[in-house]
Design a protein around this ligand. Structure first.
Ligand code: SF4
Ligand code: SF4
Length: 290
């Protein structure tokens, strides 16, 4: 009997996700990454939260609207025609790395920059290992952010052929945060970060699979439901990139992140609006209700 017809379900996937987190190399900083040896041994990301969504969720068509992401955003079935399910993974940034960034006021901490670059390498390796596991079970799987078709759009450059692209257009052919919304992982915040049950400080990955799994129910209806509009991120932003009404200006934020290369090259980063704020490591709506 085909192995895929046997015993893969959301619980086995969640259990494997945790096992893989400790098994895939690259989550612990080590000298062979070319880092400052003082930081060797520090773990970048905690075990991931896992969410499931339908590859056919109508929101993926909504995301193609010019005022949402744009027509260049590819739906799950464009990445993988057999896709049935989107699985989103949120890796919360470890306390040690969040604490280091909390203490900064202008430029990201060195540890935060490591988590952005070396940490992203780890998450890519993790999601590719997860996709390989699904293939072993006999399913099709795709990791959009590791796919050669993945392209990033920054300040109007990076994806050609769409009349909607303007100088202030930012995005990519696959948005991890928008996929996370479909997968009931949380909602956006004023700073345009994404607030999960483990807060905003962290990074996402996702895998599209041909296995049909029940989507997680979304307990919210608005795209900002988890944001308490406390404006702490507005005050934390050294570039004044976050407007209390309209949220983050990508051009101003992008310029500040680029400027951080002067300190962190070849790395970069910021994330000051994700640390030292009520939504750093928890869902602030729960605090408010408590
Ligand atoms: S710091 Fe406050 S206003 Fe900003 S995203 Fe978090 S909860 Fe929303
Ligand atoms: S909005 Fe951009 S520049 Fe401002 S704190 Fe957040 S990441 Fe940094």
């Amino acid at each position: 009997m085909d192995r895929a017809l046997k015993t893969i379900n959301k619980e086995t996937i969640r259990a494997y996700a945790k096992e893989l987190w400790s098994r895939v190399p690259g989550n612990i900083l080590s000298e062979d990454m070319g880092i400052d040896p003082r930081y060797s041994g520090i773990r970048m990301y905690d075990a991931p939260l896992v969410g499931f969504g339908s590859a056919n969720d109508p929101l993926f068509q909504t995301y193609k609207a010019p005022d949402v992401i744009g027509p260049w955003h590819m739906s799950p079935n464009e990445w993988l025609p057999e896709a049935q399910t989107v699985i989103s993974f949120f890796f919360p940034t470890s306390e040690e790395i969040r604490k280091s960034n909390r203490q900064e006021e202008q430029i990201a901490s060195t540890l935060w920059a490591y988590a952005r670059i070396e940490g992203q390498n780890y998450i890519l390796a993790y999601t590719e290992a997860m996709a390989a596991w699904f293939r072993e079970w006999g399913y099709e799987a795709c990791v959009p952010s590791a796919d050669p078709r993945w392209q990033q759009l920054t300040a109007g450059k990076g994806i050609e052929g769409y009349s909607e692209i303007q100088e202030d257009s930012f995005g990519s052919r696959w948005s991890e945060r928008h996929a996370a919304y479909v997968c009931a992982m949380g909602t956006f915040g004023l700073s345009k970060g994404f607030i999960t049950e483990k807060g905003m400080a962290g990074r996402f990955g996702s895998v599209l699979v041909s296995a049909a799994l029940e989507p997680d129910p979304r307990p919210f209806t608005g795209i900002y439901d988890n944001c308490i509009h406390c404006l702490a991120c507005v005050r934390r932003c050294p570039a004044k990139a976050i407007d209390p009404i309209h949220g983050k200006n990508h051009m101003i934020c992008g310029a500040h992140i680029t400027a951080s290369r002067a300190v962190h090259a070849p790395r970069y980063g910021c994330g000051l609006c994700q640390t030292g704020v009520p939504c750093e490591s928890q869902n602030p709506i729960r605090l408010k209700k408590a």
